[in-house]
Design a protein around this ligand. Sequence first.
Ligand code: ACO
Length: 346
Amino acid sequence: MTEGLEGVVAAATRLSHVDGEAGRLTLAGYAVEDLAPHASFEEVAYLFLHSRLPEPTERARFAQELAGRRALPRVAIEVLSEAAAANAPPIDALRMAVSLLSLGREENPLDDAITAIASFPTIVGTYWRFRNGEPPVPVRSDLSHAAHYLHQLSGAEPSCERARALETYLNTVCDHGLNASTFAARVIVSTRSDVISAITGAVGALKGPLHGGAPGPALQMVFEIGSPERAESVIRAKLDRGERLMGFGHRIYRVRDPRADVLAQAAAQFYLSGGDRRLYDLARSVEATALRLLRERKADRRLETNVEFYTALLLYGLGVPVDLFTPTFCCRARPRLVCPLPGATA
Ligand code: ACO
């Protein structure tokens, strides 16, 4: 007997291939570790939408097209303002605003996807600023997608290093087979509904703590431990109480999640060149202790660091508030809805 859809092939895809035994993730034909840290967000989005990397002129045109769609409809800004006044969770505000992106536009899958990709950073940034009693930052078309997101949040133009670190994160998590929100979205488009409806449904699925919720608690654990000497006692006590260590273990990967490696490297680069070195060292020490104790306690399981542990460290270092970790994940490309073509099984 299987639980949920375990072992059931529900769809086929050529977009990404997850090899859980070998710990390999292939994104549109490229190993995640080759693609994510080096390509721009715009290149990866283009790759997924068009099945090949863009030529330089195509890249520039696509970047311009994305940048030209950053402004939100007036009604979406009003809804975000109301949502902030009602203290709605950021992911709810995102779901409400994204559903309005179809207003006054003809349905077109590719066009809708590009508009959604371009708009998400503006939605999240606008909401967050309203929520903090600050006016939204006017959109800028001269910044990259990643830089624009950080600018929308803080109003300050980020350094190249910060933008690069966020870009690496967004590229790393751009696609990962048929997870719950992707599945929800594909069910919606399979009824010949539209892409904006599908993305709205996917954001709803992602709200659930069992899907999008691990990075916050993973960071919380690092803060709770506070200093490397306390790692052993705090983690032992958690395991004694039967708690799960957030940021460890994965349903598919039975070895280290390859995305954790890419993000660990991005975090190292970022923290060691001017970030909070103490927090980085603490996180490394928490990780090492957690892995040692998990091996000791669960010798029959292969529990390794997953993507969420370093997601938390990296996003926190970039100044992304914990409440925005899941909405930030939504700011990646979402190609699966416009090109669900046959290929490897998800
Ligand atoms: N900490 C402590 N024990 C764990 C952990 C963990 N992180 N993960 C699994 N275990 C233990 C379970 O308690 C269970 O022990 P038992 O057999 O003695 O009861 C055993 O390992 C098997 O647990 P399952 O839930 O069957 O393992 P599965 O591989 O299906 O679980 C999951 C995967 C849900 C991700 C799990 O490892 C977990 O809960 N991790 C913590 C939450 C987390 O980090 N989630 C993000 C995952 S990455 C992503 O979704 C993008």
